[in-house]
Design a protein around this ligand. Structure first.
Ligand code: CA
Length: 494
């Protein structure tokens, strides 16, 4: 089987003339040819901010751009039909589609209800700062625009464990909702802020069995209507893990398949929490390696001060290579976003070589690195600066090398603070496979590395076009490889 490569097919400020679903369908063939094997599409359902929503403030999971709700029929990305068509065309081209699932919260309730709550200390959510009292809150969702089509389920105050707005008091805060399903917050993976069950909007109450059943029915409806083969689970550290396990088992059993699942569990300082999560979820899902992203960010910022030989230290891909999706950046880390930590432009080719051309992990490419992006943040008046992210010229070639050539025994030379490298010896099934990668964050680099006896006498050139030498593998299977200052060279067999 060919190496897998995912593509996050959107960014926070996607604003091109083609709506995203249209663009995805148009690009399907090209992406498959390049070596992309899976496409992560953004949340497809109607969200509270209507036609401008990126999708992480979900309102109605059954409205995929079909009903006149939140002042729009289509979502930012297009209509339900366009979505279904994009998935069909992508999957006909051999790409698996990974749908983004936001289960932690709902936004934009239709009606007010009287709700009993307790205030909590935002910095320590286990500390209740009031006796129970009543507020009016937007906890009823009846989806008038959909009028019961596909599901009659009405969400109300028993479906939520917390909310951040008291309409009658005109007051924000974190309010723990009193209902019959449990005292206080749910048990969730993250112990940040005491208990990080509550993230934003109306926090879903998974202790309510009716909620669990409704979300399972919805999952069946979603796959029956759209046919996606994978899921990206949003914000899992804020969600009761037993619910996600129950939901995934239900989906795999119902469709007699193993959906590809990758979860977002953002964490930049404790890899053991991620390992623990993998242990509990027992192979049902992969996790994004936010720790490697963080190392890449620091490496880009510190330039030659950074010790490249330690780039994988403390990362998930080092400890759990079979359950890790690696990435350079995503829609949360891009410039102007909440978790902004964009890897510096000079380092991005090195970062992509580190995730694309090694044995471990499944890499996920970020949209702007292939297509570019130019945008402003209209919501931030003080930051009306225009951001321009240019595509990386050599990225398609690197993806293609991953698909065709990056196979076989890996020999590591992660042995010098400013210059590291590795080789892949190649396999018989892939013609001319086998590569040598060398990178430097300081001066020009050189390194003797072994390609193996099977490659004796072969000639290699730098597929990145940075170096003009031709390198010949000597009679012992070794050669000396080169790269420019602050650069990466990828040597391939000619
Ligand atoms: Ca939650």
């Amino acid at each position: 089987m060919d190496n897998q490569t995912l593509l996050q097919f959107f960014h926070w400020y996607y604003n091109e003339a083609d709506k995203l679903w249209i663009k995805a369908a148009k690009e399907a063939e090209n992406l498959a040819e390049m070596g992309i094997t899976g496409i992560w599409l953004p949340p497809a359902y109607k969200a509270n901010s209507g036609a401008s929503s990126v999708g992480y403030d979900p309102y109605d999971l059954y409205d995929l751009g079909e009903f006149d709700q939140k002042d729009t029929l289509a979502t930012k990305y297009g209509t339900k039909e366009e979505y279904q068509n994009a998935i069909k065309i992508l999957q006909e081209n051999g790409l698996i589609v990974i749908a983004d699932i936001v289960f932690n919260h709902k936004a934009g309730g239709d009606e007010l209800e009287k709700v009993m709550v307790r205030s909590v200390n935002p910095e320590d959510r286990e500390e209740f700062t009031s006796e129970p009292f009543e507020i009016e809150a937007w906890t009823k969702f009846n989806f008038k625009g959909r009028a019961g089509q596909y599901s009659q389920f009405i969400w109300d105050k028993d479906c939520f464990s917390g909310i951040d707005w008291a309409e009658d008091l005109k007051e924000t805060g974190i309010y723990s909702i009193q209902n019959i399903y449990g005292e206080g917050w749910e048990e969730v993976p993250s112990k940040e802020l005491g208990n990080y069950d509550y993230l934003m909007y109306n926090d879903i109450e998974f202790r309510n069995p009716a909620v669990r059943e409704e979300l399972k029915r919805w999952g069946e409806w979603y796959v029956n209507n759209c046919g996606m083969k994978g899921f990206r689970l949003d914000a899992v550290k804020h969600i009761a893990t037993d619910f996600l396990i129950e939901w995934l088992d239900h989906m795999n059993e119902t469709f007699q398949t193993q959906f590809f699942v990758v979860a977002e569990n953002w964490n930049i300082d404790n890899v053991f929490e991620l390992e623990q999560y993998l242990e509990i979820t027992k192979g049902r899902m992969q996790l994004f390696d936010s720790l490697l992203h963080h190392n890449l960010f620091i490496a880009g910022a510190e330039k030659e001060q950074y010790d490249l030989s330690k780039i994988f230290e403390g990362t998930l891909v080092q400890l759990q290579p079979l359950y890790t999706v690696t990435f350079v950046d995503n829609h949360d880390s891009q410039p102007l976003q909440a978790l902004e930590s964009y890897v510096e432009f000079w380092f991005r080719p090195l970062a992509y070589a580190l995730i694309l051309l090694r044995e471990d992990g499944i890499p996920c490419i970020f949209y702007p690195d292939l297509y570019g992006a130019t945008y402003k943040d209209e919501d931030k008046e003080e930051e009306m600066v225009e951001v321009s992210l240019v595509p990386l010229a050599k990225l398609p070639e690197m993806i293609h090398i991953r698909k065709e050539l990056s196979y076989g025994l890996q020999r590591d030379y992660l042995d010098f603070p400013n210059c590291i490298g590795w080789t892949r010896a190649g396999i018989a099934e892939k013609v001319n496979s086998g590569i040598a990668v060398i990178m430097s964050n300081g001066e020009e680099g050189f390194k003797a590395m072994e390609m193996g006896l099977e490659n004796v006498g072969k000639t290699m050139i730098d597929a990145m076009g940075n170096r003009n030498e031709k390198i010949t593998i000597d009679e012992k299977g070794w050669a000396e490889f080169f790269c420019n200052a602050e650069s990466v060279s990828v040597w391939t067999i000619v």
